[in-house]
Design a protein around this ligand. Structure first.
Ligand code: MLT
Length: 304
């Protein structure tokens, strides 16, 4: 009987891959063989020496001490691509919300008070106040062409946007998926200087921390929009707030609320919802549960 500890809610579809006859699955469990985790920060948790494998029900592994686990010979399995469609859809929402000034317009409507005449007048005022822009022919730069970046780039091409991508480490598999209308930038700076919208899809590493900084914000085209549905630390928040307040950046859409961003009308922030769809949660849980099961039962080490 294998013992599996689940540190976050993992979808039942995933847990069904671990048949009850051979697996005991619980949040509190003595000497687990493996752990299934979503966003819990495992850097702050004592990892039991009994653990032989860790399954991360998501793409990023920055909440797991991967190097420490490798030294112990404990593989960390993740679910690359399993939530890519969900993240892509949230990125597209961010683009559209920013281009049409929807958060500000919703706020304006929520605060309306008065009779029908006042409402009618507000409609006239709103129409003037919240004039937006359309996406066709606007430029988008996608940094990181993994499963998510490729989907975002391809969807933007379909919306008629002029899309550039940059990823020196793109895999052959992802290259095959990429729409041929996506142009390759020569460097991050080259991509940034060609873009009005920038969407980041890189993991959080020392090399990607603060990738979008004050200097790069200055290179962007006018009415710029930064989309960060990867990790908060990839974008220098202080530089973004400064650019938003100076009016040089139109909007910052991100999946990470913070005090520095709070109350800024040009910030569209969600509470890390990129992978929060039923479909994505099922896909991630199924993928990691399969990998953990293969590893525990036959010692197979595979990712995806
Ligand atoms: C990911 O890395 O794929 C996401 O952080 C997943 C999640 O929200 O759990």
């Amino acid at each position: 009987m294998f013992k599996i500890q689940t540190l976050n809610n993992i979808s039942v579809f995933g847990l069904e891959r671990l048949p009850r006859e051979r697996y005991e699955v619980a949040t509190e469990i003595q000497n687990p063989d493996a752990v299934l985790v979503r966003s819990a920060d495992m850097h702050k948790i004592e990892i039991n020496p009994s653990i032989k494998a860790i399954g991360r029900a998501g793409a990023g592994t920055n909440n797991i001490p991967v190097a420490k686990m490798s030294q112990r010979g404990v593989p960390v399995f993740n679910a690359p691509g399993a939530n890519a469609n969900a993240v892509k859809e949230l990125v597209l929402s961010g683009m559209l919300l920013a281009a049409r000034n929807i958060p500000q317009a919703l706020d304006f409507v929520k605060k309306l008070d008065g009779d029908d005449h006042a409402m009618h007048k507000a409609v006239e005022d709103g129409k003037k106040k919240f004039v937006g822009f359309e996406l066709p022919r606007r430029s988008l730069g996608v940094i990181g062409l993994g499963a998510i970046g490729v989907k975002v780039a391809n969807a933007a091409v379909e919306l008629g946007m002029d899309v550039h991508g940059f990823d020196p480490a793109m895999t052959v598999n992802n290259a095959w998926q990429l729409d041929s209308r996506v142009k390759q930038a020569l460097s991050v700076d080259d991509l940034v200087s060609k873009s009005q919208f920038i969407s980041v899809h890189v993991p959080l590493l020392d090399a990607t921390r603060g990738l979008i900084n004050a200097d790069r914000l200055k290179l962007m085209k006018k009415q710029g929009v930064i989309l960060n549905f990867a990790r908060a630390e990839i974008v220098d928040e202080a530089a973004v707030v400064e650019a938003l307040n100076a009016g040089t950046l139109h909007a910052y859409a991100c999946d990470f609320p913070s005090n520095a961003l709070k109350g800024n009308p040009r910030v569209i922030a969600t509470p890390h919802l990129g992978a929060s769809t039923g479909e994505a949660e099922d896909n991630c849980a199924v993928m990691v549960a399969d990998q953990i099961r293969d590893f525990l039962e036959v010692g197979n080490v595979r990712n995806s």
